[in-house]
Design a protein around this ligand. Structure first.
Ligand SMILES: [Zn+2]
Length: 89
């Protein structure tokens, strides 16, 4: 007959271990990773490292997005101001 056996899962990599001690060692071995966020006037936007800096979700997109309101009317005004600035150059 089969028996019940408890395994301990590392919360970071999900690997199973036979003891809490082994799982704890595994968990502590994972490096702490930094994550870059654009912190703006209106919100925080995560910067995707996989995307080109000028592309969607990239560095420059995130920096701009963080300074834009989520309120549609406010956002429309802000975008109009940005476009006017571009046209005046
Ligand atoms: Zn692990």
């Amino acid at each position: 007959m089969a028996i019940v056996r408890t395994y301990y899962t590392c919360p970071t990599c999900q690997r199973m271990h036979e003891t809490v001690k082994e799982a704890t060692i595994c968990r502590n071995r994972h490096p702490i990773r930094g994550q870059n966020w654009a912190v703006g006037k209106y919100k925080m936007v995560r910067i995707s490292e996989r995307c080109h800096p000028d592309g969607m979700y990239g560095l420059n997109w995130a920096l701009r997005e963080a300074d834009l309101s989520d309120n549609i009317e406010e956002r429309r005004k802000q975008l109009a101001e940005i476009n006017n600035g571009v046209n005046q150059r």
